[in-house]
Design a protein around this ligand. Sequence first.
Ligand code: GAR
Length: 205
Amino acid sequence: MLVSGTGTILQALMDACADPGYGARIVAVGADREGTGGVARAEAAGIPTFVRRLKDSPDRFAWDQALTADCAAFAPDLVVLAGFMKLVGSDFLAEFGGRTINTHQALLPSFPGMHGVHDAFDHGVKVTGCSVFVVDAGVDSGPILAQAAVPVLDDDDEATLLERVKVAERALVVDTVGRMLRGGWSVEGRRVRLGRLGEHASSTR
Ligand code: GAR
């Protein structure tokens, strides 16, 4: 898993993985900065961690190569970006494309980018939500794996809406990752199917 922040999604996945029936194990947690809550949670749980800062590499390309090597060392079946505030690059996608997922705080393709809840709230939508998607070279643009709708209530402010979206998002990520790793998934163009053993069949990994 790759994180940049407090790691509440990571925590939800760690909690889920405690049940052997969930069918997944977190092999490592990486971050792009020091001192993240996410890495602290992983360390407390005895999960291997690493930090790969952009400023320690000569350029973005070298950083992406180093991040790819960091992740490859743990041979993950799936890479989960959970609040990871960097775009992965071409080397990373060459290695982990099709098996790297991210989560977004809005119903894509609406309100992509860093401020999904703010933008949806500002727009005055009555329903927003969260999306889990396969990472491609764009910003929040990859094939969608799963979405959950969240109502915007009349007395919401951005903070109350954010909290409601994040509760739904944690549950969606846990459900989606579990289904992917237990049952496999396939990607055909923009269409992703879960639980149909195909291109990424967990039984063959
Ligand atoms: C999540 O809500 C995720 O959608 C968002 O960061 C949060 C991480 O929360 N990701 C992005 O904005 C990526 N552009 P957490 O650190 O509490 O798990």
